[in-house]
Design a protein around this ligand. Structure first.
Ligand code: WTA
Length: 629
């Protein structure tokens, strides 16, 4: 049983003793003394076609490279190496449909066949090593096949969350210059159809690079098919080209694996670029150590493959460790709030990784729902995406984990690729703190001038050491990579979060310091929300801010200045909310719309969101010296 003392939770010592990291402090010291050596040892646990010459090359910092000269392919380690050993016939992937009537399972062997088939089909569409492929699919097994198939042949996948709308999809396809889009006719969302293919058709009108669209049949309604461009996936799989065998491409460790668009401070979303070698070593090691994962585990990460959490810990991490990954098409409360607990029981999930927002939404329905189920298969719990409030932590720990399972809080980002501030299972935990930097990492809290702040005080979170799964750059934008992450404090990675460190070295994340809003753990940019709003004819100017929300963490509050001739009113507010939903995403739908006469701006014309936020919260407005008249 866990011992709770004050605000610290001490897991049963047996959990730590039997884990992959029985002596975290010892390993932390060893890794700090020789980070490159630590990572080289981890990389040596995986298979390489050719070994690396240099573990870390920092000559061209901040363009760091890892395992330089090494040759591998993440698929060699996520699939191929398991085929030669005892894992061949064990389950790699279990999938359940939203309505619970369809259940599909894949051993490592059958997953390999599916991936090979899709890889051959993608090659037949003219896609070659280095080409980008956009994947816009629901949470169904084909999204896993598509990602791995791209990786296998050396194509670069760009997965777009299937909750984004046509404009968002279009700009991302266009920016990546994808030749091929892989989508489905539709996706199931709480019993209704979200029309993915219609959205692709809309988007592809303005994306000249797209030559082919592969369509997986999921929802079954009629969709328009362009005879020259569109192909049903099930028609392709019966063709002779769709063989179940395909060679895995030999890749340089530093060859790109994927790009993933994420929201930043300004302007259009940026594409984070990750590579085969370092990303593979980083996701493998963090999942193995922090969730103590072994081949006999059934790991359930509830994130969508459209976000980085789905990439690293639903698809790649669990397969790299040889575990079984579980994917559920639906959400936590449909049709009833016992859905997830029922599935934990039914499938014998051993480690369960989700977001604080989901925990808070389940808490509202009460303990009776989880208590109807036998959750004794669980060994470990984890959270990600936003700070967890201690009430939600304790509920998760007590009601779901029955005070047996450590709750592993993991702080990381699309950019970091892998956990950065976290714990391993035997370590004392402080509810609400993400823990300590991962082995080989050091973090600091700095003031504006770059001086470390005293423990307990808030400041900017930075990471001091490079790590293997770090992004290599922003796709097509090296300059922005440097200016955004490495310029404020030269030589240190600026995370974009504010945080505190306590006297025990635990980090407490407070929230974003830039114009990113985390809504239900989803990462959105104020600029994207604002540009969706100003694309409506009634809107002259808009400003979006995040305000605290009990369940979602943050809610979106927008201030809108109307064009001449438009009158504020409930009808227009509703129309604008719908407009954002249709042009950006339903997840970006504003919670409140305020009509304003004008917006507070600096003399150079920048909207002062900080002032809007302070006013909305009734807090002091701070320094207004730069405010225009
Ligand atoms: C926030 C998600 C507190 C943080 C993996 C970060 C967290 C942003 C945590 C990245 C956590 C993520 N505790 N805050 N455990 N995990 N965040 O790129 O603000 O979607 O900068 O990556 O999420 O969001 P992203």
């Amino acid at each position: 049983m866990t011992k709770l003392e004050g605000d610290v939770s001490y897991p049963d010592p047996a959990i730590g003793a039997s884990s992959h990291v029985p002596d975290p402090d010892g390993l932390r010291r060893a890794a700090a003394a020789d980070p490159a050596g630590f990572w080289a040892d981890r990389a040596a646990e995986l298979e390489w076609y050719e070994p690396w010459d240099t573990v870390l090359d920092d000559a061209n910092a901040p363009f760091f490279t890892w395992f330089v000269g090494g040759k591998t392919n993440i698929v060699r380690n996520a699939i191929d190496r398991h085929l030669a050993g005892p894992n061949k016939n064990k389950l790699a992937l279990i999938w359940l449909s939203e309505d619970g009537t369809e259940h599909r399972t894949f051993s490592y062997f059958s997953l390999a066949r599916q991936v090979n088939q899709m890889a051959n089909i993608i090659v037949s569409m003219g896609v070659r090593k280095g080409d980008r492929v956009t994947i816009y699919l629901p949470r169904i097994p084909e999204v896993v096949f598509a990602m791995l198939a791209c990786a296998k042949i050396g194509a670069v996948h760009s997965v777009i969350f299937a909750g984004f709308s046509a404009d968002a999809l279009q700009s991302r396809i266009d920016d990546s210059e994808s030749k091929l889009v892989i989508t489905a006719d539709g996706s199931w969302v709480n019993g209704s159809i979200f029309p993915l293919k219609d959205i692709v058709d809309d988007a592809a009108r303005h994306t000249p690079s797209v030559e082919n669209v592969i369509v997986v049949k999921r929802t079954g309604q009629d969709v328009a098919m362009d005879p020259l461009r569109d192909h049903w996936y099930h028609d392709l799989t019966v063709l002779p080209i769709a063989k179940g065998r395909c060679e895995t491409e030999v890749m340089d460790a530093e060859d790109p694996l994927y790009i993933l668009y994420t929201s930043g401070s300004t302007g259009k979303p940026k594409a984070i670029l990750h590579t085969h070698g370092g990303y593979m070593v980083g996701t493998y090691t963090t999942l193995k150590y922090c969730f103590d994962i072994r081949p006999e585990d059934r790991f359930w990460c509830t994130a969508d493959p459209g976000w980085v959490t789905g990439h690293s810990y639903l698809v790649y991490g669990p397969l790299l460790t040889g575990a079984t990954t579980f994917m559920f098409e639906g959400g936590p409360t449909y049709p009833y709030p016992n859905r997830w607990f029922q599935l934990i029981e039914y499938y014998g999930i051993t480690a369960f990784y989700t977001a604080p927002t989901a925990i808070r939404s389940l808490m509202r329905f009460g303990e009776a729902w989880p208590n109807r189920h036998d959750l004794s298969s669980l060994r470990l719990l984890g959270t990600v995406g936003e700070p967890i409030n201690p009430e939600a932590w304790h509920w998760f720990h007590r009601v779901v984990g029955k005070q047996r399972c450590p709750v592993i809080d993991t702080w990381w980002q699309t950019e970091t690729g892998m956990f950065q501030i976290t714990q391993v299972p035997g370590e004392p935990q402080k509810p609400g703190s993400a823990g300590k930097p991962f082995f080989g990492q050091e973090a600091e809290i700095l003031d504006d001038a770059g001086n470390p702040v005293p423990d307990g005080e808030e400041g900017f979170l930075v990471l001091k050491n490079p790590w293997p799964a770090m992004m290599r750059t922003l796709f097509k934008d090296d300059e922005r990579y440097v200016s955004q992450y490495w310029s404020k404090y030269p030589g240190k990675y600026l995370a974009g979060d504010s945080a505190r460190r306590d006297a025990d070295g635990y980090f407490w994340i407070i929230g974003r310091t830039d114009d990113v809003i985390k809504v239900s753990g989803h990462r959105l940019g104020t600029a994207e929300i604002e540009s969706a709003l100003v694309s409506h004819p009634a809107v002259a100017e808009a400003a979006a801010i995040g305000l605290p929300h009990d369940v979602k963490g943050n809610a979106i509050h927008v201030f809108v200045v109307l064009r001449l001739g438009y009158e504020p009113g409930e009808g227009l507010a509703e129309e604008l909310r719908r407009h954002v939903s249709q042009h950006l995403s339903p997840i970006a739908k504003p919670d409140w719309i305020d009509f304003a006469e004008k917006l507070p701006k600096t003399r150079s014309g920048k909207i002062m969101r900080r002032v809007l936020k302070a006013r909305a919260l009734g807090q002091p407005e701070g320094d207004l010296s730069t405010l225009e008249e």
